[in-house]
Ligand binder design. Structure first.
Ligand code: ATP
Length: 305
């Protein structure tokens, strides 16, 4: 049985249009399926948890952006009896980019119905004193999360999405945040062994896949099939230098800049001198002064081709 979890409002309504274009294929092919439309983060996770416990074995298919996948991931249980498929309909689409997934909805559906490659992917979590969330793509603290927070409330996002220029939302907000950003003192502890003191931190992101923020290849070697997470830490640097650095990150060439550090780890804790926004796959669960990222033992069986 296929359970489709559809965020109709992903990418300003594109999710619903995509669903309307693929549902006739399911009917035509007499596929056993059940659609659910999401409302918000909590109810999606709750629904997925119920499906995993009551309906497994099953294939759960998310139709939405990276945030919708994150909401589904946070409800998943009974991993060994669940197969996961994804039809991308977001504006950032870093999950699809990182896994080289098909983005054409009908072709993506075809792959899910007749898969030729399903792989076990590592998933990760972030814990703060106030909350915990799983993530599949990345989770960051500082500038990248402030950009996500800005995009969630952007008046221009809908307009730009309609012009298929959703990525520009992030670029515009990134420029604004760059000039507003204050870089706090921070301490990074890697695998309970290495301590890195950072006099002024621009942002830090733990990454399971190479891209975040709509195509920034911040950790080019991040791989959800290996046993480690990658982490990028960018120190405070002149704003002009950041403006030169960010475009190079689209090609993963930013790592040559002085002040950019890449680490790999199984567990890392970041402590900052004041609360900063934290994101998980582009969604903002809150602000925190302390975050611990770690790889989880559960593996997600995901249809890739
Ligand atoms: N029916 C709904 N209406 C409005 N918002 C919803 C609905 N269902 C879920 N959401 C919210 O949408 C968020 C996820 O959006 P998603 O990331 O999938 O799309 P997007 O923001 O358009 O894409 P991207 O992250 O790629 O920019 C969820 O965290 C949830 O809070």
């Amino acid at each position: 049985m296929y359970y489709f979890i559809i965020n109709p409002n992903s990418s300003s309504g594109k999710g619903l249009l995509i669903w309307k274009s693929i549902e006739p294929v399911l009917k035509e092919r007499n596929v056993d399926y059940h659609p659910f439309f999401t409302k918000d983060r909590e109810s999606t996770a709750h629904l997925v948890k119920r499906l995993c416990t009551e309906k497994a074995p099953a294939t759960i298919v998310a139709v939405g952006g990276d945030g919708t996948v994150n909401d589904v991931l946070n409800g998943l249980a009974n991993f060994e009896n669940i197969t996961f498929g994804y039809i991308p309909s977001g504006s950032g689409n870093d999950l699809a980019r990182g896994l080289h997934l098909e983005t054409d909805p009908e072709k993506a559906l075809e792959r899910i119905l007749s898969p030729t490659r399903t792989e076990s992917l590592r998933i990760a979590s972030v814990s703060t004193p106030a909350f915990s969330r799983r993530f599949l793509v990345s989770s960051g603290l500082g500038f990248d999360a402030a950009v996500c927070e800005g995009a969630l409330h952007s008046r221009f996002k809908k307009f730009l999405n309609q012009l298929h220029l959703g990525k520009l939302t992030y670029t515009g907000i990134a420029l604004k945040e760059l000039f507003l950003s204050h870089c706090p003192k921070a301490k990074l502890i890697l695998d309970e062994a290495t301590v890195v003191e950072v006099p002024a931190m621009f942002f830090t992101a733990a990454m399971n896949l190479p891209y975040e923020g709509g195509g920034f290849q911040f950790c080019p070697k991040a791989d959800p099939k290996d046993d480690r997470l990658d982490l990028i830490l960018v120190e405070k640097m002149p704003k002009l230098k950041i403006l030169c650095l960010l475009p190079t990150a689209f090609f993963g060439k930013h790592t040559r800049f002085h002040g950019v550090h890449i680490y790999t780890f199984k567990e890392a804790t970041l402590i900052t001198e004041r609360p900063l926004f934290l994101h998980t796959d582009g969604e903002i669960p809150g602000k925190t002064m302390e975050a611990t990222w770690r790889l989880l033992s559960e593996k997600l069986s995901m249809i890739l081709e």
